[in-house]
Design a protein around this ligand. Structure first.
Ligand code: F0G
Length: 347
């Protein structure tokens, strides 16, 4: 694997002094979703960003942010995170030989993500507060100058994340009609919109998609038009009440003729199970928000017939094993006999 600095270097703010850092990020699968397509009367593809090295889309932006931090002589990086940014920062910092600190909302991080930050030896700093408070704190800390901030307020993050749009166009031959994705801190929707625009200007695409962003109903500040003081959702990755890239998300929505809508936790979990049971794809709950959104629009007859839609599945289901088994009854152990198995299986 080449990684995005090599593959898309011409579109990134690299210099001859930027180290060619990579863990093999990017080049993620774009797979057709036949059952979802039937269900929505559309032509739906899933972009499996959970196949990135640390299991989420964050690696695209993080590799650029950490490479630039090294280039600029940084010794340490810091971020606030609902989990995936922390996991990615921890891994790329380890790879680059930098110290990493992550500030996270205590008790609201999926287990897989926490295990990643710990195993990569980041300084894990849980706070009694939410992501928005954590982000405010790390921004203030970074302003003091001794540590580099690698949240998406760092412009290199958005630059790297836009490469997801390039890959979609490279694979499909042009932009899709609609791009559907979850919105939390709103960096990703901002980045994809920039990527599609740059590729169109470069003559690689003839058009740009409508951007369809979906927030969790209990954490939907952009939909409501005001920050949410105490955001709540089962999709902890997008449990955010005051997104840093709010303006970028609104611009992506308005310039593309798209929308930003809310989906309930029930709708998110239904889409999460649908993807796993009917398409064989295991993503984390937040990632299912985009799919929940298009299912909801299709049921309301608000999705154009036959539209080509790409849903960004932002993170791997294994990030959040607790959620996968939360509603399920754990099967009891059986005697190790044929009778016990055939008695149960009813084939
Ligand atoms: N999906 C997943 C799995 C995420 O981890 C995030 C954000 C999003 C969607 C939303 O993307 O913030 O660019 O709008 N996670 C951040 C984190 C906040 O700290 O890992 P966004």
């Amino acid at each position: 694997m080449k990684g995005i600095l090599t593959t898309y270097g011409a579109y990134l703010p690299l210099t001859s002094h930027t180290p060619t850092l990579t863990l093999g990020e990017g080049d993620t699968p774009l797979v057709a979703a036949p059952v979802l397509s039937r269900e929505t009367c559309a032509d739906v593809f899933l972009k499996l960003e959970g196949c990135n090295p640390t299991g989420s889309f964050k690696d695209r932006g993080m590799v650029v942010a950490v490479a630039k931090a090294v280039e600029e002589g940084a010794r340490a990086v810091i971020c606030a995170s609902t989990g995936n940014t922390a996991a990615s920062a921890a891994a790329y910092a380890a790879r680059a030989g930098l110290t990493c600190a992550v500030v996270i909302p205590s008790g609201k991080i999926a287990l897989g993500k926490l295990s990643q930050a710990i195993i990569h030896h980041a300084r894990v700093l849980p706070i009694e507060g939410n992501f928005d408070q954590a982000l405010k704190l790390v921004c203030e800390l970074a302003e003091q100058g001794s540590i580099t901030l690698v949240n998406s307020v760092n412009p290199y993050r958005i630059e790297g994340q836009k490469t997801g749009a390039f890959e979609i166009v490279d694979e499909l031959g042009d932009a899709p009609d609609i791009l559907a994705l979850p919105v939390g801190n709103a960096g990703n929707i901002t980045a994809y919109w920039r990527g599609f625009g740059e590729y169109q200007r470069a003559g690689k695409a003839t058009r740009r998609p409508k951007m369809f962003g979906f927030q969790a109903a209990g954490a939907a500040p952009i939909v409501r038009g005001a920050p949410v003081e105490s955001p709540q959702t089962v999709a902890t990755a997008i449990r955010i009440g005051n997104p840093a890239s709010w303006r970028g998300a609104v611009a992506a929505r308005d310039e593309s003729g798209g929308l930003i809508d809310a989906v309930t936790d029930d709708e998110i979990l239904a889409a999460y199970h649908f993807l796993a049971e009917r398409e064989g794809v295991f993503c984390e709950p937040a990632s299912a928000a985009g799919v929940a959104g298009i299912l909801k629009l299709a049921r309301a007859a608000r999705l154009p017939h036959g539209a080509r839609i790409v849903c960004i599945l932002t993170g791997n289901g294994l990030k959040d094993p607790d959620n996968a088994i939360a509603q399920a009854e754990m099967p009891r152990a059986l005697p190790a006999t044929m009778e016990a198995l055939t008695g149960i299986l009813d084939l």
